[in-house]
Design a protein around this ligand. Structure first.
Ligand SMILES: NC(=O)c1ccc[n+]([C@@H]2O[C@H](COP(=O)([O-])OP(=O)(O)OC[C@H]3O[C@@H](n4cnc5c(N)ncnc54)[C@H](O)[C@@H]3O)[C@@H](O)[C@H]2O)c1
Length: 355
């Protein structure tokens, strides 16, 4: 298959897991061998068809380094999953804007290299897809990189919660540029929001009346620290809204990231608490704890999204891709229950849906 040419914006933990993941799965020969992936092949594309052609960051420990070294440079602290050979892609300095929040001022060491012309680098490296992996609080920077993608006529995947794919003005800009856009805020493979919704649906389908429920996280990556500072409320709103769609009635719901515990490193503990009543108003309660590592939790979904966006590019589909966004993102332009989103995604891959 033709390679899928991807540019990385932000070489943090998530980028590290993705780059390592391509190496980890590159020699996989069958569905049975592809343990940990939702799709071994998607639209005929294999994980090894994903090729990184340019990368941007602002931290001096990453800028100027080959991607193979940058993904393991501090403050990245996710798992080492495999060796990464030289990629021939040197991380270039992007514009900082609001990339570094108050709580990360002593963690990120801003490079004093001059910023490059990102749109020109995207064109020169023939990038097809820009993957936005900036901190969730970097709203202005995310918008700025979306502008660079538009200038270079690249598709845009917004992994962050900054409203881009879900914003009509932005999706029109991508439509006008003739390229697709998907987002916002990626759903994890073993996602706390998905698990919460599934538990609520299971109980409510069984006749349980849920009265109160919460889901709160603790994590130790730089993203958890940034969330504590800048995006706690945004994330809470997105997740609470997403979880509420699982119940056909109103209940007291709180869902969202909460706190930073540095020694957890890139690990995340998600706590779920559900309370309701069943037969003859008898009370029930459930306590669940889910333990994951954050960055690898994005890998399988990112493989699917990158391959699906490549399919959209091949079909010359432009603007917001409703099916891919509903399947892979917490805040898509059009939110649908899990089963419908899965069906839309399948239909899109099979060519039975436009976007
Ligand atoms: N499972 C997951 O990891 C997951 C799931 C859903 C969404 N996300 C989102 O993905 C994004 C990335 O998460 P992460 O854990 O990799 O974060 P991270 O903090 O590890 O990485 C962010 C990177 O961006 C760089 N950066 C900051 N400002 C920049 C700028 N202006 N230009 C270029 N680079 C800049 C930082 O130096 C860092 O390398 C976050 O917005 C997060 O909410 C991640």
């Amino acid at each position: 298959m033709e390679k899928i040419r991807v540019a990385l914006v932000g070489v943090g933990n998530c980028a590290s897991a993705l780059v390592q993941g391509v190496q980890y799965y590159k020699d996989t020969k069958s569905e049975e061998q592809a343990i940990g992936l939702k799709h071994f092949l998607l639209g005929g594309y294999h994980a090894r068809d994903i090729e990184f052609v340019s990368a941007f960051d602002i931290d001096r420990r990453k800028v100027g380094k080959d991607l193979c070294e940058a993904v393991f440079s501090p403050p990245n602290n996710t798992l080492k999953l495999t060796e990464v050979p030289k990629q021939g892609v040197v991380v270039q300095k992007g514009a900082t804007l609001d990339g570094v929040g108050e709580y990360l001022k002593n963690v990120i060491q801003i490079s004093d290299a001059p910023p490059v012309d990102v749109a020109e680098v995207l064109k020169a490296t023939r990038a097809e897809i820009v993957l936005n992996l900036l901190p969730s609080g970097a709203v202005k920077a995310s918008e700025w990189y979306a502008e660079q993608a538009l200038k270079a006529k690249c598709a845009f995947v917004n992994v962050t919660p900054t409203p881009i794919a879900s914003n009509l003005v932005w999706s029109r800009k991508f439509e006008d540029a003739g390229v697709p856009v998907v987002g916002d805020d990626l759903i994890d493979q073993v996602g706390a929001t998905t698990l919460h919704k599934t538990l609520l649906k299971l109980l409510s389908d069984s006749g349980v009346k849920i009265t109160e429920t919460y889901q709160l996280d603790v994590g130790g990556g730089t993203e958890s620290l940034d969330t504590l500072d800048r995006t706690r409320e945004t994330k809470r709103t997105i997740k609470t809204k997403a979880v509420a769609t699982a119940l056909p009635y109103k209940a007291e719901i709180v869902a969202g990231s909460t706190d930073f515990v540095d020694f957890l490193e890139n690990r995340r503990d998600s706590y779920f608490w559900l309370q309701g009543t069943y037969f003859c108003n008898v009370p029930m309660r459930m306590d669940v704890r889910l333990c994951t590592v954050d960055a690898p939790n994005a890998g399988s979904m990112l493989f699917d999204v990158i391959r699906a966006v490549k399919i959209a590019l091949n079909r010359k589909i432009k603007g917001s891709l409703a099916s891919v966004s509903a399947y892979a993102f917490k805040n898509p332009p059009q939110a649908e229950p899990l089963d419908i989103a899965e069906q839309w995604f399948r239909e899109f891959i099979e060519g039975k849906r436009e976007g």
